[in-house]
Design a protein around this ligand. Structure first.
Ligand code: PLP
Length: 421
C-alpha cells in the first residue's frame, strides 16, 4: 500500500484523483482497492472490508451487481461510444421522468458537477438574473459559482471556496446557513429581484447528514415561487436513495429543476439535470443556453443506469431503512455504554455519526464535532475490517447488499474500535 501511494504521489497530485481519498483528515495511508463485490471491497494486499463508502453514494445495490455488470458487458460488446443519439438514452430519460413528477425533460451529463453547473447556467439564462443562493456546508460539485462555502472535501480541508475562483464571480453566490428560514427570507428581501436560483441539498449529505427542518424546504418553495426565482434540488445523493423518487417524493415539494448523479450511473460516470419543460427547452438546441458533452449519454453508463433503476424500482426501501436503523441503534448503544457523546443523524439508508453532544442542524453545529476522535474511530474500524468514508463530514451509506451478518460484524468492529478511543 505504502509503495503504491509513494509511486502515486510522484505522478498524481497528492496521489489521488479526488482529494478526500488521500486520508488527509484521518491520517495514514489510503487503501488501494483491487476489487469489490456486494458489500465488500478488497485492497491490494488482499484485506477485505465491509464497505459503507459505496463509492461516495452510487453503489446502492452493492458492488458488481450481476445484472448491472451483465448490462455493461452487453453494451460494451456493441461499442463504447458513438456521439449520436441512442435508444438507451431515451429509455434512461423515460425512467427518470417517470420517477420524478417534477421532471418533464432531462439532459444527461457525465458528472454531478456538470449537472449543477448546467442547472445554474440554465437558471441564469431563464431568469436573466446573475445571483444565486446556496447554503453553507452544501456541496454541489466543484463548478466556480458553487465552490463557495461548500461541504465535503472542502469542509474537511478547511478551504473557504478555493484559489482560482474569481472574486467577482464568487460575489454572485450568496451563502446562507442551512435550516435558517429567517436568514433566507432576509436575503430574499435584500436581493430577491437579482436572484436567479436557490440551490439546495434537500437532505444535506456533505457536511455529514443533516436533514432539512420541518418548514425549511416549504419556505424555500413558497418564497422562490413568489419572487420568480428557480428552486433547484440537488438530489445527486438522495435521488433514488431516500426513495425511488428522491427526497422530493418523500417530502412532497416540487422543485423547478433537479440535479441527479451517483446512483443513476450504477457506478459509471453520470449526471443528469431535469425539470419543467418551459425551462429545459431553453437548453440548446431548442433554446439559447449552451451545454454539450462528447461522452454525454454514454451507452455503457446508460446501460448500467437502466439496469440499476430497474432493480431499484422493485426494491424494498423500507427493509433497507430498517437495516440502517438497526445499525444506528447498535452504534448508539455502544457509545452510550462507553459514555462517549455522539449524535446520529439518519435519513433512510444514509447517516452520520457526529462526535458531538449537541444537535447537528447546520454547518456550524456539525463543525463542533471532534474530528480527531473521528479519525481514531475511523482507524479503529478500518483495522477491524469496516471501511467508512475517511472524514467526519460524510455519510455512511448502507446498501441493499448489506446483510444482517454484515451489520452484526460492523457492531463487533465498533466494540473493538471503541477500546482505542
Ligand atoms: C457528489 C455530489 C455532487 C457532485 O457530483 P460529481 O459526480 O462528484 O461531480 C453534487 N452534488 C451533491 C449533493 C453531491 O453529493
Amino acid at each position: 500500500m505504502e509503495d503504491w501511494f509513494a509511486e502515486a504521489k510522484k505522478i498524481i497530485p497528492g496521489g489521488v484523483n479526488s482529494p478526500v481519498r488521500a486520508f488527509g483528515s484521518v491520517g495514514g495511508t489510503p487503501r488501494f482497492i483491487r476489487e469489490a463485490s456486494g458489500s465488500r471491497i478488497t485492497d491490494e494486499e488482499g484485506r477485505s472490508y465491509i464497505d459503507y463508502m459505496a463509492s461516495w453514494g452510487p453503489m446502492l445495490l452493492g458492488h458488481g451487481h450481476p445484472a448491472v455488470v451483465a448490462a455493461i458487458r452487453e453494451a460494451a460488446g456493441r461499442g463504447t461510444s458513438y456521439g449520436a443519439p441512442t435508444r438507451l438514452e431515451v429509455e434512461m430519460a423515460q425512467r427518470i421522468v417517470e420517477a420524478f413528477g417534477s421532471i418533464d425533460q432531462v439532459r444527461m451529463v457525465s458528472s454531478g458537477t456538470e449537472a449543477t453547473m448546467t442547472a445554474i447556467r440554465l437558471a441564469r439564462g431563464f431568469t436573466g438574473r446573475d445571483r444565486i443562493i446556496k447554503f453553507t456546508g452544501c456541496y454541489h460539485g466543484h463548478a466556480d459559482s458553487l465552490l463557495v462555502k461548500a461541504g465535503s472535501g472542502v469542509a474537511t480541508l478547511g478551504i473557504p471556496g478555493s484559489p482560482g475562483i474569481p472574486g467577482p464571480l464568487a460575489e454572485l453566490t450568496i451563502a446562507l446557513p442551512y435550516n435558517d428560514t429567517a436568514a433566507f427570507q432576509e436575503a430574499i428581501r435584500r436581493y430577491g429581484s437579482e436572484v436567479a436560483c436557490v440551490i439546495v441539498e434537500p437532505v444535506a449529505g456533505n457536511m455529514g447528514v443533516v436533514p432539512a427542518r420541518p418548514g425549511f424546504l416549504e419556505t424555500l418553495r413558497e418564497t422562490t415561487r413568489e419572487a420568480a426565482i428557480l428552486l433547484i434540488f440537488d438530489e445527486v445523493i438522495t435521488g433514488f436513495r431516500v426513495s425511488y423518487g428522491g427526497w422530493q417524493q418523500a417530502c412532497g415539494i416540487t422543485p423547478d429543476l433537479t440535479c441527479l448523479g451517483k446512483i443513476i450511473g450504477g457506478g459509471l460516470p453520470v449526471g443528469a439535470l431535469g425539470g419543467r419543460r418551459e425551462i429545459m427547452e431553453r437548453l440548446a438546441p431548442t433554446g439559447p443556453v449552451y451545454q454539450a458533452g462528447t461522452l454525454s449519454g454514454n451507452p455503457l453508463a446508460m446501460a448500467a443506469g437502466i439496469a440499476t433503476l430497474d432493480i431499484l424500482k422493485g426494491a424494498d426501501y423500507a427493509a433497507l431503512e430498517e437495516t440502517t436503523e438497526t445499525l444506528c441503534r447498535g452504534l448508539l448503544d455502544q457509545f452510550k455504554g462507553k459514555g462517549i457523546p455522539v449524535r446520529i443523524n439518519r435519513v433512510a439508508s444514509m447517516f452520520t455519526l457526529f462526535f458531538t453532544d449537541g444537535e447537528v442542524t447546520d454547518f456550524e453545529t456539525a463543525s463542533r464535532s471532534d474530528t480527531k476522535r473521528f479519525a481514531r474511530f475511523f482507524q479503529g474500524m478500518l483495522a477491524a475490517g469496516v471501511y467508512l468514508a475517511p472524514a467526519q463530514f460524510e455519510a455512511v451509506f448502507v446498501s441493499f447488499a448489506h446483510t444482517r451478518e454484515d451489520i452484526a460484524r460492523t457492531l463487533e468492529a465498533c466494540e473493538k474500535a471503541l477500546r482505542t478511543l
